[in-house]
Design a protein around this ligand. Structure first.
Ligand code: NDP
Length: 438
């Protein structure tokens, strides 16, 4: 860890992600001299390639703007680099390295052949016109296109990169490469996208919670759920929870939380989707629209008593206090739709209290899994029906859960952090071993 910290100066999220994995896999590494001789861990923390580039574009007032673009190609031992693009002002190299590192283990867990990568920009799509977003996406792709390809690196969406952005990015790639190829996932259904990809991360996080609850003879039905965020993952987590009979009482964005003790039903959720995806408004409007709902400015949802918690916004959104509050209020299950939303001190609280805690790299792997299914359909010129993709997603989430139990069971408690890290690690490490020092 000393080497990681000094070599990756001030990249705190990256240090955090590496430390968590190293703590879990160290017993396996110590018991396997071949991993030590081949310096598997030392190689895993070094990205295979990092690309950083200027993204100039012109805004609606004619002013030149400059953003920074990145792609971190972390590990390709088990398949081409695969991972999303994030457009958010907080994006920097350290954040993307943490996300790319997590992605390596997550992709390994999905049972599909995908390496790990992540990219993005400090561009903020919020408040920008559709034209500005398009100019930016085109300029971003002007550089990125030479580094990606269906057998090399296949980006997808993440925070700030949804259907609109993927469309613009794909259009520019196709124009530059003169090729209609499966180089992005999360594509629109009209041009090679897969059914259920849009919903997959949220649905998958609920399927993973269902698997965890079943180990204690419980189900999602009639449980009260708190969700953070109100973007892609949060919306589809809410949708699946409602389908399975749970009551959803919170959503949030970076400015605050809405609490609706009457429950956010299908109709209210449809209104939220229109608000966020079409009008691109703020979640506080919900409290004005629906009687009985409250808006809490600058507040996260974790103080609201719930049975199930689905952090679905961003990293480190649950600190020690939040975790203690959740546990003290009776929360029995946390399934992470976001990447690394719980700070290490919060994770300790969940583990000490032996609640069901599904870390992001297992619980939110449904998104990249269906991206893998999108790639498979593209290769075969196929378009699977909705039910078929959903069935496969459920099977994959079940397999991920089984793998976590296999490597994380300790007496009658399953440590899903350890399970996910070790299961993800072993496959990648063995592949690296077989491929020699590359
Ligand atoms: P979206 O951009 O669709 O939504 C993000 C949501 O999180 C918004 O409500 C946003 O609020 C909120 N948010 C973002 N940054 C912050 C912040 N710093 N503090 C508080 N709230 C914040 O992104 P997604 O739903 O796609 O992604 C959410 C999480 O899920 C991320 O951690 C992402 O990495 C993870 N994830 C996403 C996958 C996918 O398929 N999309 C796959 C796997 C993981 P606001 O509008 O105010 O910014």
């Amino acid at each position: 860890m000393q080497g990681v910290v000094s070599k990756n100066y001030r990249e705190l999220e990256f240090h955090q992600a590496v430390l968590e994995v190293v703590e879990s896999v160290m017993p396996v590494v110590l018991a396997t001299p071949a991993y030590q001789d081949a310096k598997i861990l030392e190689r895993l923390v070094e990205p295979e390639r990092v690309i950083m580039f200027r993204v100039p574009w012109i805004d609606d007032r004619g002013e030149v703007q400059i953003n920074r673009g990145f792609r971190v190609e972390m590990n390709s031992a088990i398949g081409p680099y695969k991972g999303g693009l994030r457009f958010h002002p907080t994006v920097n190299l350290g954040v993307l390295k943490f996300l790319a590192f997590e992605q390596v283990f997550k992709n390994s867990l999905t049972t599909l052949s995908m390496g790990g990568g992540k990219g993005g920009s400090d561009f903020n799509p919020k408040g920008k016109s559709d034209n500005e977003v398009m100019w930016f996406c085109q300029s971003f792709m002007n550089e990125l296109f030479r580094h990606i390809g269906p057998e090399t690196d296949i980006p997808a969406g993440d925070i700030g990169v949804g259907a609109r952005e993927i469309g613009y990015l794909f259009g520019q790639y196709k124009r530059l490469a003169n090729r209609f190829s499966a180089v992005l996932t999360g594509k629109g259904l009209e041009y090679g996208g897969s059914l259920i990809r849009l919903e997959a991360t949220g649905y998958g996080a609920v399927y993973f919670a269902r698997e965890m609850l079943a180990t204690r003879g419980q189900s999602v039905e009639d449980k009260v759920a708190a969700i953070s965020g109100s973007g892609n993952v949060a919306q589809h987590t809410a949708e699946k929870l409602l389908q399975l009979g749970a009551k959803v009482i919170t959503l949030s964005d970076s400015a605050g939380t809405i609490v609706d003790q009457n429950g956010i039903d299908e109709e209210k959720l449809a209104w939220v989707m229109e608000l966020k995806n079409v009008r691109r408004g703020r979640i506080r409007d919900y409290a004005e629209k629906f009687t009985g709902a409250k808006y809490l400015t600058d507040t996260k949802p974790w103080g609201v008593p719930c049975d199930l918690a689905f952090p679905s916004a961003t990293q480190n959104e649950i600190d020690r206090n939040d975790a203690e509050t959740l546990v003290n209020n009776g929360c029995i299950c946390v399934s992470e739709g976001a990447n690394m939303p719980t700070a290490p001190e919060g994770v300790d609280i969940f583990l000490e209290n032996k609640i069901l805690y599904g870390p992001g790299k297992a619980a939110n792997a449904g998104g990249v899994a269906v991206s893998g299914l999108e790639m498979a359909q593209n290769r075969g010129f196929l378009h699977w029906p909705r039910d078929e993709v959903d069935q496969r997603l459920q099977q994959i989430m079940h397999a991920i859960h089984e793998n976590c139990v296999k490597y994380g069971k300790n007496g009658d408690f399953v440590n899903y952090v350890q399970g996910a890290n070790v299961a993800g690690f072993v496959k990648v490490a063995d592949a690296m071993l077989k491929q020699g020092v590359v």
